[in-house]
Design a binder for this molecule. Structure first.
Ligand SMILES: CC(C)(COP(=O)(O)OP(=O)(O)OC[C@H]1O[C@@H](n2cnc3c(N)ncnc32)[C@H](O)[C@@H]1OP(=O)(O)O)[C@@H](O)C(=O)NCCC(=O)NCCS
Length: 309
């Protein structure tokens, strides 16, 4: 769906969306394509790249705020779809920060020697919770999925550290008010459009820049790295202006940044997973390169991870 397509739905313009966000297009899943479908597709590709079979998967973690249903967990639906018969499976909900949270949780299971092979997926069908009458939000989001296989292999590194943070006091900045125990679905909740996401964009912007900068600094400090040692910075793909502000504060050079939001918009938990895959497949990364992932989302939540590729 292009910005021009959106001009036909709400009062907006390609120029407004491009200058305020950098987004030109977003992907919209078909009506009969759910988060679990996109997650399973991404999982199959990741397993193929890693040379891992479904039988080897011990644990499936899906980060999502748009599960197929409130329960069962979308991870269980994906377990069935990919045939990972002996895998444990659960979802985590950390909004746009979910993929880094998932990587860290998966890594902990491997470090504790509980599991050998963990599949971490970020997947979202945000088009199903976006209010297509609200131009403040509907232009920003898109659908998609990305996945990674974590395994303890000889002579490999992977995730060196992950910083995670949260501030529940600012939970109201980005929220879907209804559909949970506080406000179950009623005719009134539907009429009041409470089943769509709502956002205070300006405040979210400010909080994002601060939280992403400090999380990135903490992750690099833990690894005794400065920004010049990072080959590729993969930030959460929400808004080009947020990315540029964070990069400037960190003293990063434009060529260190990986940005693909012009094609996808904000895909929440899928965002950095998709970008990581595109950075790899476009030849931006070689073995041994250091990558900095940095994310921010509803909760509020934030995180940063240093990966040795
Ligand atoms: C949403 C966001 C793009 C708005 O940009 P902004 O620079 O704060 O917007 P501005 O204050 O300059 O403009 C707001 C005006 O544009 C209007 N506007 C909002 N969306 C619009 C759209 N799609 N098209 C045209 N006009 C729009 C508003 O109604 C408002 O008009 P008003 O001033 O007459 O009331 C920006 O705040 C943002 O990206 N925030 C972070 C959001 C985010 O990424 N959240 C997720 C984090 S995981």
């Amino acid at each position: 769906m292009t910005n021009h397509d959106l001009e036909k739905i709400v009062e907006t313009s390609d120029d407004w969306i491009t200058t305020r966000t950098g987004i030109k297009e977003r992907r919209i899943a078909a009506e009969n394509e759910w988060t679990s479908h996109m997650a399973a597709n991404a999982a199959e590709k990741a397993m193929k790249m890693a040379g891992v079979t479904a039988a080897e998967i011990d644990l499936i973690i899906i980060a999502t705020i748009t599960p197929d249903m409130p329960f069962p967990a979308t991870a269980c639906l994906v377990q069935e779809k990919i045939g990972a018969k002996h895998a444990a499976a659960f979802d985590i909900e950390a909004a746009c920060s979910g993929f880094i949270f998932g990587l860290e949780v998966g890594q902990q299971f491997i470090m504790s020697r509980t599991y050998n092979t963990v599949l971490v997926i970020g997947a979202e069908k945000l088009s199903s919770i976006v209010d297509w009458k609200d131009r403040n939000t509907c232009v920003l989001f898109g659908d998609g999925a990305g996945a990674a296989v974590l395994q303890n292999r000889e002579n490999s590194h992977g995730l060196l550290t992950a910083v995670m943070g949260a501030d529940g006091e600012k939970g109201d900045l980005l929220v879907m008010p209804a559909g949970g125990s506080r406000c179950p679905a009623t005719r009134a909740s539907v009429d009041a459009r409470l089943h769509y996401l709502r956002m205070d964009g300006k405040q979210a912007f400010k909080s994002a820049v601060q939280a992403m900068e400090s999380a990135a600094r903490e992750a690099m400090a833990r690894c005794e790295l400065d920004i010049t040692k990072i080959k590729c910075i993969i930030p959460h793909q929400a808004n080009r202006r947020i990315i540029d502000a964070v990069a400037e504060r960190l003293g990063a050079k434009p060529e260190q940044l990986f940005v693909n939001l012009e094609k996808y918009g904000n895909t929440s938990a899928a965002s950095v997973a998709i970008a990581l895959d595109e950075a790899v497949s476009s030849g931006r990364l070689s073995r041994g390169d250091l990558i900095l992932l940095v994310v921010f989302g509803a909760g509020l939540t934030w995180g940063a991870a240093v990966i040795e590729w």
